[in-house]
Design a protein around this ligand. Structure first.
Ligand code: G4P
Length: 535
């Protein structure tokens, strides 16, 4: 499909896009920060809906009863909003530890990440896991130290912790002036300016007023008070030795994290952060690991990183989330599905505005669109027009929890098979067969144990099949490659069990770390792979 847009116009559109995700440990303030970004982007006019939204259970991603019962956010959603000349795509990732696989996939669609941390807590377990996935892709990471309106740990200590635990050097771009109730403002190191926030009036519902003066302006000392001003001068001197100098190349390579301080609750520091972030974060054209596809290539391409059913229970719809990698997406266009060369009409596309799902007319590289999916798509699918493009790699994680699916009503086996198929296509779970049992008693595997509850709930509600899940006491699943694989020997041992994946390839479950190590030594000709051989 050709577009009437010039390549210059396409390049301009790509250049102004910023597509990123926020990674954090639950409770660090991601929901609050997301809302404040929307406020600063002008997508909402008054913040404070988070609470009411929670109470009313109408959050953008509140799509499932289970989610509501537990009060956690299970699914990712995507928000698009303008900020000045920029078009921002914010990929919201679920905070709950059990849904990390979904989060990992979402990161495959981001060009950078904002790592949010609580000033009192520093680097927490979920942050570490998510950081590792970003690091694997060398994604540029920006650090926002949140909750500065509370007393927390000294900023220098947090810088040290980031380096020790995450292994990345940091470069504070803003430096906090005071903390807790005395958090007055930030010092903008790149421009030698002091930004003081007006603490009167709002409680974070609207954009906070700022006064900006040069560091050597006599008003700076007046604004801060002599003690605080002198302390800042000391800090500045110390910082020049402690952190690394700013280097955009290193930031873009994921080797240096620019650091910001603020409070998502009071909005202090949110504005200076967002302003610097959009300038430093790469556009889709500058994002490194997408180099294989030129984003300004006039022909369209994109990949599916997430499939989600039931966003609107009234319609039982299924959406495939696609990140556009090049060209122009136009509503109802035709594209080729790379997996089997089928021509598909990309129907009912939706973009994700702050409050609603609107029909997308046009979208460019970096944008995320939701395609109506009658069952065409799989995670990792690539679509294109014109010459075929390379596939984008979506990280896969091998399951760590396993259970046998036992059906309560034998007559419903067909629905069960359909349900399991679809839920495995969505990536909620992986389905394996026990070779000697054929289609009976499938085994399901999941990265997080809570996914089993989601499975049971959805089978019952969407496919009307009640199942019991009998946990299997195994910890690892590995595909086997190499010479001399004796399936019977693995089945005889009580610390291993052989299953088949959906392509009928053998996959071995290992009881524990010991079993995996032992089998590695016992059969040196075999390799145990976390992904199917050849992927
Ligand atoms: P999450 O999505 O990362 O899980 O965090 P969320 O935004 O829900 O915030 C978790 C808690 O931290 C909330 O308090 C929220 O108000 C608070 N919070 C977020 N940012 C800041 C900040 O900059 N400063 C302070 N002091 N608190 C912040 P809560 O008590 O769980 O809920 P609520 O009753 O305040 O809504």
């Amino acid at each position: 499909m050709s577009t009437d847009l010039s390549s210059k116009k396409i390049a301009q559109e790509v250049q102004r896009r910023r597509t990123f995700a926020i990674i954090s440990h639950p409770d660090a303030g991601k929901t609050t920060m997301t809302e404040k970004l929307l406020l600063y982007g002008g997508a909402i006019h008054l913040a404070g809906s988070v609470k009411s939204r929670r109470a009313a259970k109408h959050a953008v991603s509140d799509w499932m009863e289970l989610e509501q019962q537990r009060g956690i956010s299970i699914t990712s959603s995507v928000l698009q909003f303008p900020y000045g000349d920029y078009a921002i795509n914010l990929l919201d990732t679920p905070g709950h530890a059990d849904f990390s696989e979904d989060t990992y996939r979402t990161l495959a669609a981001a060009d950078s990440a904002v790592m949010l941390m609580d000033v009192a807590k520093g680097v927490e377990p979920q942050t570490i896991k998510l950081f590792k996935v970003c690091a694997m892709r060398k994604l540029p990471i920006f650090t926002f130290v949140n909750k500065m309106d509370r007393y927390g740990r000294p900023p220098l200590e947090l810088m040290e912790e980031i380096e020790d635990i995450l292994g990345i050097r940091s470069c504070p771009i803003n430096w906090p002036i005071g903390d807790g109730k005395e958090f007055k403002g930030v010092y903008d190191r790149l421009n030698d300016k002091i930004i003081v926030f007006d603490s009167q009036g709002t409680h974070g519902e609207s954009i906070v007023e700022e006064v900006t003066v040069d560091l050597d302006d006599p008003r700076a000392e007046q604004l801060l008070g002599t003690d605080r001003y002198l302390k800042l001068l000391d800090d500045i001197e110390l910082l020049d030795i402690a952190g690394d100098p700013f280097d955009l190349e290193r930031v873009r390579a994921g080797e240096l994290t620019p650091m910001f301080f603020g409070s998502a609750m009071t909005n202090f520091g949110v504005g200076p952060f967002l302003k610097a972030f959009v300038e430093m974060a790469p556009s889709p054209a500058e994002a490194r690991d997408r180099a294989e596809i030129n984003p300004t290539r006039p022909e369209f391409s994109g990949f599916v990183f997430k499939i989600q059913a039931n966003m609107n229970p009234a319609h039982r719809d299924r959406l495939a989330f696609m990140r556009i990698t090049s060209g122009v997406f136009e509503k109802d266009m035709q594209a080729t599905l790379k997996r089997d060369n089928r021509q598909l009409k990309l129907a009912y596309p939706q973009t994700f505005m702050a409050s609603d799902r609107d029909v997308a007319q046009r979208a460019f590289a970096g944008d995320i669109i939701g395609l109506y999916d009658p069952g065409h798509f799989r995670i990792g699918d690539t679509l294109f027009t014109g010459e075929p493009v390379e596939e984008t790699e979506i990280p896969r994680f091998s399951p760590e929890h396993f259970a046998v699916v036992e059906i309560k009503e034998a007559l419903k086996r067909k629905q069960l098979t359909k349900g399991l198929d679809q839920l495995s296509e969505e990536g909620t779970i992986q389905v394996f067969r026990q070779p000697h049992l054929g289609d009976l008693d499938a085994v399901v595997g999941a990265v997080g144990i809570l996914q089993f509850e989601v499975l049971q709930h959805r089978l019952e509600n969407e496919y009307k099949v009640k199942v019991r899940l009998r946990p299997l006491n195994f910890k690892h699943a590995r595909w086997v490659d190499g010479e001399g694989f004796d399936e019977d020997a693995f089945n005889r041992a009580d610390y291993t069990k052989v299953l088949r994946d959906r392509d009928d390839l053998p996959i071995v479950l290992f009881r524990n770390d010991w079993a995996l190590n032992y089998c590695s030594q016992q059969y040196p000709g075999l390799r145990y792979l976390p992904n199917p051989p050849g992927t």
